[in-house]
Structure formats: structure tokens, C-alpha cells
Design a protein around this ligand. Sequence first.
Ligand code: COA
Length: 162
Amino acid sequence: MRIGVYPGTFDPITYGHTDIIARSLQIFDTVIVAVAPNPSKRPLFDLAHRVKMVKHATRGLQRVRVEPFNGLLVHHARKRKAQAVIRGLRATSDFEYEFQMTLVNRKLDRSIETVFLVPSQEYSYLTSSIIKEVASLGGPLDDFVHPYVATQLIQKLRRQHP
Ligand code: COA
């Protein structure tokens, strides 16, 4: 059985992320979406909330598991008997960081490969930060995130800036 781990902060999950998950399912039998706490990014949503939103956004996709993880990504991947880490590559600007991360992960655990997938062009400019900015300025979110995520974003930002 081929298992891939797709890690990220997912603050929040976007259609760009779900595009990568759907593509991964063509290669892997099971895709584990691993949600990192990543406190250094000062996420808008807490970890449990981010996991919940990923579950909603991937509900229609079979063979997807969603869970939080702590510590090193490669440790989590090994614990889950995954063969590979999955990463989305959107633009050349992603490359340097991804290259560095891949080589560090390989140094930490030689047995885990990293697989890069390119999202659909319409999502190649998305980031979670840009979507939070659009949401905070009252822009439409329908093209970027699942309706449940859009509702959570609006409610969260309204609570922060009533
Ligand atoms: N579509 C839309 N947006 C995407 C995307 C896609 N396909 N892929 C990435 N993004 C966005 C993310 O939402 C994020 O946006 P933001 O910066 O505005 O929040 C941005 O691109 C960068 O995302 P990413 O590169 O995936 O970083 P991340 O913060 O989501 O995840 C981890 C990084 C969790 C994978 C990494 O920190 C990690 O492995 N942590 C565990 C600790 C560890 O093992 N460290 C050693 C690793 S070398």
C-alpha cells in the first residue's frame, strides 16, 4: 500500500491544497493530510480548528485521512509507514525553500522521498495569507476556499475586528 503524507499549516486550507490532495490520490492509495502547529507562523486558527476545516474541505475525497502532528515531519511520516512526503510546487519562488526542506528531510531520514506536484494553473498564485487578506477586506472567497472555510474565516475575522 502506498501512503503519502501531505504536510502544511493549512491556515486555512484552500482549493490549491485540495487540488494537490486530489492529484496525490492518483499516485497514492492513502493520503494523510498532516496539519502542523507551526506557532512561529502565528496562525489565525488554532490547530484543532485547522484540522476541522481540512476535514470539511476533503469530505468528498475517499482515501484521505486528516490529523495534526507534532515534532519532525519525517518522524510522523515514518510512524505512519509513508513512503513519501507530498509537496505542491506553484512557482519557481517555491523552489529554493522546497529544495532545502527536501534535503534536510532526506538527511534526517533517507527512506522517505519527497514528491512534488504542480497544482492547476488557476490555483498557482494562491496562499493562505492572501486569502486571509481578501477575507479581511470583505472580498469574495468562493473561488478560493470551500464554503465551510469561507464561513469560518468571516466569523473569525468578525470576532477579531467587530
Ligand atoms: N495552494 C495554495 N497555497 C499553498 C499551496 C497550494 N498548493 N501550497 C502551499 N501553499 C501556501 C500555504 O498555504 C502557505 O501560505 P502562507 O505562508 O500564506 O500561510 C505557503 O504557501 C507556504 O506553505 P508551505 O510551504 O506549505 O508551508 P507550510 O507553513 O504550510 O508548511 C511544514 C510547512 C509544516 C511542511 C514544515 O514547517 C514542516 O515540515 N514542519 C514540521 C517540522 C519539521 O519537520 N521541520 C524540518 C523540516 S525541514
